[in-house]
Ligand binder design. Structure first.
Ligand code: PLP
Length: 399
C-alpha cells in the first residue's frame, strides 16, 4: 500500500482541474495577448480564472496578479513593496517561522541595506509556534515600510493571528503582506476580514498545477515589478500568460471553495485520529505547535530518540510518504528552523515528522499509517545509542 501524507509539500492535480487544463495545452493554444479568435478564447479563460481566484480569497479580479507560484508572489510582494517605499531608511518586520521564500528574500533585502526584524514565536503551551501580535507592535519603527507574516505554517500547521496584526499595521501606516500559501483551500480566506494589503497563494498546494500562483494586491497598493517586458498583469508581472496554469489555478480555486467545508471536516477527523492513535501507541510522542489554532490537515509529531531522516526512509520503504519539515530542506542535516523557533531542542527537532493530509486521503490509508508507524518508531529507537524507550520511563505529556 502506498500512503501519501505529504500534501503540504504538494498535492496531485484534481481530475476536474486536469480536464479543464488539457484543451489549453491542445487546440486552445492561443496567446491571451492576441486580438484574433484563438487569442480571445485564451483571454476569456484567463479572465474567468482570475474571477475564480479572486472569489476564493474575497478579492476583486483586478487585484489578482498571476505569478509562477508562491515563491515569486512572496518575492514580488517584498521587493516590490520595499522598492516603492520613499523613506530614506527602510525597515521590514517578519517572523522566525516563515517559509524560506520569505526568510531568504529578507536576507537579500538585508544585503541591499534594508533593516529586517525577525519576530520570535511562542515556544510552549497552547500558543506554541504562534506570534504574539504585541511583538509586532514592539518591532515597529518610524522607518518600517512592510510587515510580512504567514497565515498557516507549512511545518506545524499553526495559524498566525493575521486579523490582530492588521490593525497594528494599519494604525502605523505600514503595508501588510501575508503568505497564505498553506491556508488557501484549507481554511476560509477573506482578504478584507484578514485586513491585508498583499497575500500570496500557490495552486499546487490545493490540487492545482505546479508553477502557478497569485499575489493579491489591494486596490491602490503600488508595487514595483520584478520583471520588465510587455504589459501583462497590468504591468505588475509581464510575460506571456501561462494560460494552462492560470486555467488550472482557476479551476482548483473553484473546487477548493466548493469543497472547503466538506474537505476540512473529513480531513480534520482523519488527522485527529492519526494523531491520537500515534500518541497513544508511541511512548513519549508529542505534538509540536498549538493544537487549537491549526489548519485541519497537518500534525507535526516528535518521536524522541528516533532520527527523523531514518524514520522518513523506513516509512517510505513501508509505503508511507511524509516529511521531516519543509520539502526544500529534506536531506539537509540542519534541524528545521521552524521547530527550533517553536522551542524544540535540536535533538527533538531532528526527531520530528510532519504528516499532512489532503482531499484524496482515505480512512484505509490512516488505518495503515496507524498500524505501521509505531513499529517503525520502535525499531529506529532500538537502534539508537540510548536504546529503546521502556514502559517505565516517564512519558512527556502531549501538548
Ligand atoms: N510559502 C509557504 C508557506 C510554502 O509552504 C511554500 C511551499 O512550500 C511557498 C511559500 C512556496 O510556494 P511555491 O512552491 O509555489 O513556490
Amino acid at each position: 500500500m502506498r500512503v501519501y501524507l505529504d500534501y503540504n509539500a504538494t498535492t496531485p492535480v484534481a481530475p476536474a482541474v486536469l480536464e479543464a487544463i488539457l484543451p489549453f495545452l491542445g487546440e486552445n493554444f492561443g496567446n491571451a495577448g492576441s486580438v484574433h479568435t484563438p487569442g480571445q478564447r485564451a483571454r476569456a479563460a484567463v479572465d474567468s480564472a482570475r474571477e475564480s481566484v479572486a472569489a476564493l480569497i474575497g478579492a476583486k479580479p483586478t487585484e489578482i496578479v498571476f505569478t509562477s507560484g508562491g515563491t515569486e508572489a512572496d518575492n514580488l510582494a517584498l521587493f516590490g513593496s520595499v522598492a516603492v517605499a520613499t523613506k530614506p531608511r527602510k525597515h521590514a518586520i517578519t517572523t522566525a517561522v516563515e517559509h524560506h521564500a520569505i526568510l531568504h528574500t529578507c536576507e537579500e533585502l538585508k544585503r541591499q541595506g534594508i533593516d529586517v526584524t525577525v519576530v520570535p514565536v511562542r515556544q510552549s503551551g497552547e500558543w506554541q509556534g504562534i506570534i504574539d501580535p504585541k511583538e509586532i507592535r514592539r518591532a515597529l519603527r518610524p522607518e518600517t515600510v512592510l510587515i510580512s507574516v504567514m497565515h498557516a505554517n507549512n511545518e506545524l500547521g499553526v495559524i498566525q493571528p493575521i486579523e490582530e496584526i492588521a490593525p497594528i499595521a494599519a494604525e502605523a501606516g505600514v503595508r501588510f503582506h501575508c503568505d497564505a500559501v498553506q491556508s488557501a483551500g484549507k481554511v476560509p480566506l477573506d482578504v478584507n476580514r484578514l485586513g491585508v494589503d498583499l497575500l500570496s497563494i500557490s495552486a499546487h498546494k490545493f490540487c492545482g498545477p505546479k508553477g502557478i500562483g497569485a499575489l493579491y494586491v489591494r486596490t491602490g497598493t503600488s508595487l514595483a515589478p520584478r520583471f520588465f517586458g510587455g504589459h501583462a498583469e497590468r504591468d505588475r508581472r509581464p510575460g506571456t500568460e501561462n494560460v494552462p496554469g492560470i486555467v488550472g489555478i482557476g479551476k482548483a480555486a473553484e473546487l477548493a471553495r466548493d469543497l472547503l467545508a466538506e474537505d476540512s471536516a473529513r480531513i480534520s477527523a482523519f488527522r485527529d485520529r492519526l494523531e491520537a492513535e500515534l500518541l497513544a501507541r508511541i511512548p513519549s510522542a508529542r505534538v509540536n505547535g498549538a493544537r487549537t489554532h491549526r489548519v485541519p490537515n497537518t500534525t507535526n509529531i516528535s518521536f524522541p530518540r528516533a532520527g527523523g531522516e531514518a524514520l522518513l526512509i523506513s516509512l517510505d520503504l513501508q509505503g508511507i510518504a511524509c516529511s521531516t519539515g519543509a520539502a526544500c530542506s529534506s536531506g539537509s542535516t540542519e534541524p528545521s528552523h521552524v521547530l527550533l523557533a517553536a522551542g524544540l531542542s535540536r535533538d527533538d527537532a531532528r526527531s520530528s515528522l510532519r504528516f499532512s493530509l489532503g482531499r484524496p486521503t482515505t480512512a484505509a490509508e490512516i488505518d495503515y499509517a496507524i498500524s505501521v508507524i509505531p513499529s517503525v518508531v520502535e525499531r529506529i529507537r532500538s537502534l539508537s545509542p540510548r536504546g529503546p524507550i521502556t514502559a517505565g520511563e516517564p512519558q512527556v505529556a502531549a501538548r
